[in-house]
Design a protein around this ligand. Sequence first.
Ligand SMILES: [Zn+2]
Length: 667
Amino acid sequence: MRMAILAAAAAMLVDVAIGAPRTTTTDAGRRARRDSAGEDPVERGTLRLHYVQKPIGYERYTIARDGDALNLSSEFDFTDRGGRVQLAATIRTRPDYTPIAFKARGKSYRFVNVDSEVRVEGSDAVVHADGADARVTLPAQFFTVDGYAPFAAQMLMLRYWKQHGQPRRLATVPGLPVNDVLIEPRGREAIRVGDTSVRLERYVVDGVVWGRETIWLDERGAIAAAITRAGGLGFEAVREDLEPALVAFAQRATRDRIGDLENLTKQMPLLKSGAYAIAGATIVDGTGRAPIADGVVVVRDGRIADVGPRAKVVIPPDAPTVDVSGKTVIPGLWDMHTHVTQIEWAPVYLAAGVTTVRDMGNEFEFVTTLRDAIESRRALGPRLLLAGLVDGGGPDAFGVVYAASAAEAKQVVAKYHDAGFQQMKIYSLVTPPIVEAICAEAHRLGMTVTGHVPNGMTIEQAAAAGMDQIAHLAIRGEAGSDEVTRTIAFLRDHKTVIDPTQSWNELLGHAAGTPIAAFQPGVAKIPPPLNRVFSNAGAAGVDAVTARSRLERGLRIVKALHDAGVPVVAGTDEGIPGHSVHREIELYVEAGFTPMEALQAATLVSARAMKRDAELGTIERGKRADLVVLNADPLESIRNIRTVRWTIHDGRVYDAQALWRSVRFQP
Ligand SMILES: [Zn+2]
């Protein structure tokens, strides 16, 4: 077993408590020049890039002086699972870091193309972004960034911010797909690597990507490290000489983030908790029984104390009644395939009516800390069930947890088991004998196994090797063909659970010319940086008819699996946060499920697959009070699944609109 977490002992972050945080007004560029022997460039830096803590590439930048102006030039370059991602960027600024020109071209993630240019002309700017040109009026203060990369651009943004009075909110150039950026200093600390100690200032930046990043600058104002996300997973940049401190930086960022979520939780109005009754709604209890008209649910201490028609339920005198006439109550939804890599997911999931999620691979420390914070109720968020990611070794491996021998397989499973993970998630490069070893050890410890069908194995071989569940729809061919029918019968006999992530396939596989809004109305409500991530997500050179027929092939197989009795569970692989859960459910109805069956895929069937159906998955007496109050009935039209008004998690009632707004989504 090789895990980056072991490196934690090599470096430490220590708080430095010397007076108040220093407010620097020094021109960091000028200082850097003084420190530097050469004339040109005045400053240079190299950052090691990591994905889910695995080193995958470099960003190299230089800053040169050109008369009064500064020219930053950055080359950002990494290889993720065999795919090269490169971005070249330049920024020209005045001495106080006010941008004069900005250009970024290339990719910032596998499917995120960047082609942005800004030219400042007096109080205007000419902006080219995502194929469109515009002339915009500039705010009094502004900076130019387009996504998390390059990190050197964020470094200059922080220098600009320091020199311009440290406003709480910094505008970006209109027309670039970035929110106003919120910046907050979080104090000073020292990082110790070997014998050297480097003094750093830590900042939280919110708005360059969706959600918060942590960035450290050294005393010269040069970037030392940054913790952010790309493609929905953790992405880390660390200055080359500070590389041994990678895990220490990540741990510090985790502490910051959990603290941020605890603060958000304190500010979130809790509409009800303890004992109460909700009365008057149509109750779709999720068991498959007919809906209860004019129903009542009595909640006490986080559990369903009683449920039924108003005439049959006695509301205890100490339970105030909330009238929800005209609304529909359903069980809390599940997302069976996600990666909760940032705290902003917590309010998003509750806002979408999702009260339980299965995390399918994440940074170990972050996700266990988040789970514990939610379980202890210090932080709001869905119940987190965890699948521990493991890949085979080699240069194309994913993440930092590998098993290449039976002994390593045992160690990896034990590590996840001890940390309370319910499952193992096998990734693509695990070899067949190691798949068997992982499954055997997981089963011995009472865990189940899910994941990708590893390279070189068929789905039948993966199931036969012991995998209880399979992520993504790994079945080729056409529903109804002999081969597919045989495969489905095999999976049924092995009681294999399938999480087909059809909304993810649709999101990446739709024709590039078809706007996402044509199938996913939620896209209109997400913050600009997220929109930007998905703006290029579509298949180029594929027409709408072909894209749709590919999707329909998948949906026919999903229906055939369901008809054969193979449990199908709703998972998104993140997608459009929250909204993709609704889309996944809608797609099952398009596949031919009844609305009730589609709902059950995201409730009872998921709970059964995770062996939690004694407590979760339906609205029945004694179960946990995980409920969603919808404005309209999803059995009438499955699109009504999108009309979440309140979400009740463990008996606590949250307002969906307030939750959406708390993370910069529109309700
Ligand atoms: Zn995934």
